[in-house]
Ligand binder design. Structure first.
Ligand code: DLL
Length: 443
């Protein structure tokens, strides 16, 4: 626990009631909603109808939650192929909002909300904030980007409905972020974890001691981050750092959130039905085993997503959470199946490298992985910033640190990586999602 205790220990808000439903009631509710949404998708989404017809599956074949396995999957390219509005199930008149996510190539993917969908989104974000110990009276600085990205407006509506005071500052302009953090008595901040680290880097230079501020909680998400990263953030700032998860295709932020136990994320499964499958075979994995998270929107009217393959890798946590929530938890999302790169035949995820690097003292949690190819051989270089003390210290200390880091990486990955220690503030910062891997290999 960090030094600033939360004011409301249990993290309850009236909107959080579904978090605590008795499991049989929750399953009934899910089934009712599943039947309704599958019917809607079949009636109004040409792609879903075509795929179900090809398999000979009709909406009334869904009579139990297990029957969801009869339904076809949806994948990201479905959104690209039907760009921009091909998956909308509501007439444009009923669509009150669209968002889009840029992705790495070509056209963005577009998502839609009816008025009721926006209300559901707001509800799940209230539940998110409440689970992270926020409440009426909090002053919440929202540094997620506003605009087509779902982070800004998603958190905004939720924080307002919670009864908090929202500061809609959006991402960027770090000095102004710090001025407002200090002058407005901010008690909670929303941003990507990497951007908050950047804010922390700058705080001291502005003569502000973050620990003297009323800031108590960070509501962090939109990118993978490790437990080691959480510890660093909490140690430096004295706040409690919570992990929140979501994706545009499903609703935006508000799909899952940690509670004050800080022990993995609860899925708001009365609205988003989770499955975990083997990404190779598409079959469900055994309870507790790792696989790809598949989500079905149980109540999203404008754009239902049936069995959407998120590419995020996780597993169900089988033990109940001490917080008393009955909605299921999954392991925090440390990696995506498409994050993985292969280096000299070894599969590597950036999060493994992050955990290895942060196990060594004397570094700052800013790093980047650079992949190159010389004479047909893959090379991996890990650049990491070191603390100003280490950097100005004797060469010997730098060498020792470099060896310790190379050793930690080799131990975790079983491959040798070149580790380069760099000065504080040399690795490029992002106002949103951090770019961890630069792949310069010509494939
Ligand atoms: O990042 C929505 C969001 C905004 C979530 C603010 C949390 C806070 P997209 O831009 O569509 O939506 O990106 C979704 O980001 O499939 C994950 O791979 C990753 N992601 C999101 N949250 C987390 C998290 C928003 N807490 C993609 N941990 C997802 C790990 C995350 N990965």
């Amino acid at each position: 626990m960090s030094k600033k205790a939360s004011v409301v220990p249990c993290g309850f808000h009236p909107a959080s009631a579904p978090d605590y439903l008795p499991v049989p009631r929750l399953r009934d509710l899910q089934l009712q909603r599943l039947k309704r949404i599958v019917q809607r998708a079949y009636d109004r989404q040409a792609l879903t109808r075509k795929r179900m017809d090809e398999r000979g599956v009709k909406p009334d074949h869904v009579q139990s939650l297990r029957d969801i396995e009869k339904l076809p999957f949806m994948v990201k390219t479905d959104l690209r192929d039907t760009y921009p509005f091909g998956l909308f199930a509501s007439p444009m008149n009923d669509v009150v909002r669209v968002h889009a996510s840029s992705g790495t190539t070509g056209k963005p993917i577009v998502v839609a909300y009816t008025k009721e969908d926006v209300a559901v989104w707001q509800e799940v974000m209230v539940r998110t904030f409440a689970a992270c110990g926020c409440h009426e009276g909090d002053i919440i600085q929202n540094a997620y980007g506003y605009g087509l990205f779902t982070g800004g407006l998603g958190a905004h509506y939720g924080a307002e409905a919670l009864g908090a005071t929202v500061i809609p500052i959006s991402g960027g302009n770090t000095e102004r972020q710090i001025m407002i953090l200090k002058d407005f008595g901010v008690t909670a901040i929303c941003s990507t974890p990497s951007y908050f680290l950047h804010i922390l880097d700058r705080v001291e230079g502005m003569g502000v001691n973050i620990r003297d501020l009323p800031l108590r909680a960070g509501i962090f998400g939109a990118e993978p981050w490790t437990e080691a990263m959480r510890q660093r953030i909490q140690d430096i700032s004295g706040i409690e750092a919570y992990d929140i998860y979501g994706l545009s295709e499903i609703i935006g932020p508000g799909v899952a959130s940690e509670c004050q136990e800080q022990a993995n994320i609860h899925i708001f499964e009365d609205h988003f039905y989770p499955e975990i499958i083997d990404p190779e075979t598409g079959e469900p994995v055994l309870e507790g085993q790792e696989g790809e998270l598949v989500l079905t929107t149980l109540s999203k009217w404008a754009m239902p997503m049936i069995r959407y393959r998120t590419r995020d890798i996780t597993s169900f946590i089988t033990e109940p959470c001490p917080c008393g929530r009955t909605i299921r938890r999954v392991q925090r999302i440390a990696r995506r199946s498409d994050d993985m790169f292969i280096i000299r035949g070894v599969n590597v995820f950036p999060s493994q490298i992050e955990a290895a690097l942060l196990s060594v003292e004397g570094t700052l949690p800013h790093y980047q992985i650079i992949l190159t190819r010389t004479k047909g051989l893959d090379q991996i270089e890990v650049q990491i910033e070191v603390t100003p003390e280490v950097f100005s210290d004797k060469v010997g200390a730098m060498e020792d640190l470099q060896k310790a880091l190379a050793h930690a990486v080799a131990n975790t990955l079983n491959i040798r990586a070149a580790v380069r220690l760099v000065e504080p503030n040399t690795i490029q910062r992002s106002e949103g999602k951090a770019k961890r891997v630069i792949d310069k290999r010509e494939l």
